[in-house]
Design a protein around this ligand. Structure first.
Ligand code: 5RP
Length: 226
């Protein structure tokens, strides 16, 4: 039985299969993605470059000498590789454990193909055990928290964390996420919310799961992006 870190490494390294010469690669954030970046570095002379979803990933990409593109200069990203905190069988996710959800969602929106890489503990039947991160404009924190309570959530301010965009994070417990798309839209409609960590409107296209016996399973989502 492999431990979680070894499984993250397996999934992260496996994702290099999706990278072809000349691609612009979207790069997510987190400890699983770190292993993907380590592998991507071996292809740095063959890809066009990368668009990063966080300062943390940018730093590592720069250390490896991988060319970084500003998203405003790129029409389309060929493939986006990122982890998740939870993912269901429709490949809808909760993300944002690393507070990078907004940039991750933007990069995902611009990408033709989203490959999610996880260890098997992240695969769930129903989203919501992992607290849902919401990025909020700082002055709206209390207002957003009160609105979240009205829909049954229990918000907790992730004190001391400031996102790359200068905002704050509320982690919301106890949400009954029966319809992820509706929940994503409802929370995004609260004034002061920048975005929330539900990736239901734009799910992943492919899921790479590293299982504790060391095997890899790949699941595909035809969907509108497939
Ligand atoms: C960061 C994220 C990450 O993808 C998510 O938290 C998973 O991270 P890790 O690979 O470290 O478990 O959404 O905002």
């Amino acid at each position: 039985m492999l431990d979680q870190n070894a499984l993250k490494k397996l999934a992260g390294e496996y994702a290099i299969k999706y990278i072809e010469d000349g691609m612009i690669v979207g790069v997510g954030t987190g400890s699983t993605v770190k292993y993907f970046i380590d592998k991507l570095a071996t292809k740095k002379n063959y890809i066009k470059g990368a668009v990063s979803s966080s300062e943390q990933s940018s730093q590592l990409l720069k250390q490896y000498g991988i060319l970084l593109f500003d998203l405003n200069t790129v029409d389309c990203i060929d493939v986006y590789v990122d982890g998740a905190d939870e993912i269901n069988h429709q490949l809808q996710m909760i993300k944002g454990g690393g507070a990078a959800l907004t940039r991750e969602k933007i990069v995902a929106a611009v990408s033709r193909r989203f490959v999610c890489i996880i260890d098997e503990s992240k695969y769930v039947m129903k989203l919501g055990k992992f607290p849902l991160p919401i990025e909020v404009i700082p002055m709206a924190r209390s207002y957003v928290a009160r609105e979240i309570v009205k829909i049954g959530g229990v918000p907790n301010w992730r004190q001391g964390v400031v996102t790359d965009n200068g905002n704050w994070i509320l982690d919301v417990y106890n949400l009954d996420i029966i319809h992820p798309v509706e929940m994503e839209q409802k929370i995004n409609n609260i004034t002061g919310v920048v975005t929330n960590g539900l990736f239901a409107m734009r799910p992943a296209n492919e899921l790479v799961v590293a299982k504790s016996d060391g095997s890899i399973i790949v699941e595909k989502n035809g969907g509108i992006y497939g």
